[in-house]
Design a protein around this ligand. Structure first.
Ligand SMILES: [Zn+2]
Length: 383
């Protein structure tokens, strides 16, 4: 017998016309730049190995009992090339490279025809566990990494259910046109800001204690992902205006709905209702574009203008800058460096020197970088 959630999907879908009322060319164009994005439909292969979350945890518990080891969860192994793909992927395309949500509406579509729910990339869980471990030695586990990703994906799930309820009430499709309108601007969907917001809120709870890691991890992400620390009510109002009015302006608001967005009856949120899977892709480079790989940083020099700045105007920053360079060469993913692509100029990257100052740099040959701008956060165009 279909469960409560299945029935909800079925009953609401009867009230929404299935044929698209608006073709892609009739949809409004978001005001954001076009961006190379992560689209599971294109990138995810159907012959990947899927393990349901329940199965995986059951297996872990059995192994734990047999091994008398203190580590209850066994980490999926990753190598240094895969690590660079993951570290680049999160900076280019955001959180959804590590886990994504597929709506029940699209169950008959790729990827994984016949399945829907939350899909966690095993490599991604391992990488998050490692990064947490670097920030808080001895604290991390696969379970914590999983729960951090889950909080983000659960907002996508809730937003889907909220949308269904609105669609059923007005008898018009809203979710699908919104998704299609953002098809070439995926990283700019406000839904990502709110999803990251909830993952951050979970991480900063006292009994979780991942505030510092989570903040940094969200701030290296592109577009709307990095807007997670904006006012939640404003973000909700913006997302509601996107969905209900198909008004895609960043100043659009539906304040009447800002607190409702993502609000769903408890009964529909019971754990077993939304399926979850761990995914072991056959090849990580089909999932994450090799073009996104985090570049090597072996050497950093300064442009003439930066040399001048460090000699005079910002002479006091010189030791901090040297320290930043040393850290970048040691490990560009290090917490606090906030090393990420600088989207305003192609092939440019940005790094944090301290709370107020940043530098921009670009590779001049593989592994070799030149810093070409240095200044206060705001004057370099960072909001
Ligand atoms: Zn997401």
């Amino acid at each position: 017998m279909a469960n409560l959630l299945e029935r909800y999907f079925k009953e609401t879908s009867l009230r929404i016309p299935t044929h698209p009322v608006l073709n892609n060319q009739d949809l409004p164009e978001p005001e954001y730049p076009v961006h190379e994005y992560f689209d599971p439909v294109e990138r995810v292969r159907d012959n990947d190995i899927l393990i349901s979350v329940e199965e995986r945890w059951k297996l872990e518990r059995t192994l734990w009992r047999l091994s008398s080891n203190e580590l209850p969860y066994i980490s999926f192994p990753i190598n240094s090339d895969e690590r660079k793909l993951l570290d680049g992927g999160i900076r280019e395309a955001g959180f959804d490279v590590f886990a994504f949500y597929k709506s029940r509406r699209y169950i008959d579509n790729r990827p994984y025809i016949g399945k829907w729910g939350i899909f966690y990339l095993e490599h991604g869980i391992t990488r998050i566990r490692e990064l947490i471990e670097e920030t808080y030695p001895g604290y991390s586990s696969i379970n914590i990494a999983y729960r951090f990703l889950r909080e983000h994906e659960r907002f996508h799930f809730k937003f889907d259910l909220y949308s269904l309820s609105a669609e059923a009430k007005i008898g018009r499709s809203l979710y699908d046109p919104l998704k299609r309108a953002f098809r070439n601007h995926r990283i700019y969907q406000v839904e990502e800001a709110l999803s990251n917001h909830y993952a951050w809120e979970w991480a900063r709870q006292k009994n979780v204690g991942l505030d510092e890691f989570a903040y940094d991890f969200m701030k290296i992400q592109p577009g709307a992902y990095a807007r997670f620390d904006e006012n939640k009510i404003e973000l909700g109002g913006e997302l509601a205006a996107n969905l209900l009015d198909l008004n895609l302006s960043s100043t659009a608001r539906r304040e009447d709905q800002s607190l409702w967005i993502g609000t769903v009856p408890e009964e529909l949120l019971r754990r077993q209702l939304c399926p979850e899977y761990f995914v072991r892709p056959v090849d990580l480079t089909t999932w994450i574009s090799p073009a996104w790989k985090l570049p090597e940083v072996n050497e950093i020099t300064e442009s003439r203008s930066v040399v001048k700045l460090l000699a005079k105007k910002y002479a006091s920053l010189k030791p901090l800058w040297e320290n930043t360079k040393r850290k970048l060469i040691e490990d560009p993913t290090r917490n606090g460096l906030n090393f990420k692509p600088w989207p305003e100029i192609p092939n440019h990257w940005s790094v944090r020197i301290n709370l107020n100052f940043r530098a921009h740099l670009h590779p001049i040959q593989p592994g070799k970088w030149e810093a070409d701008e240095l200044g206060p956060h705001k004057s370099l165009g960072h909001g």
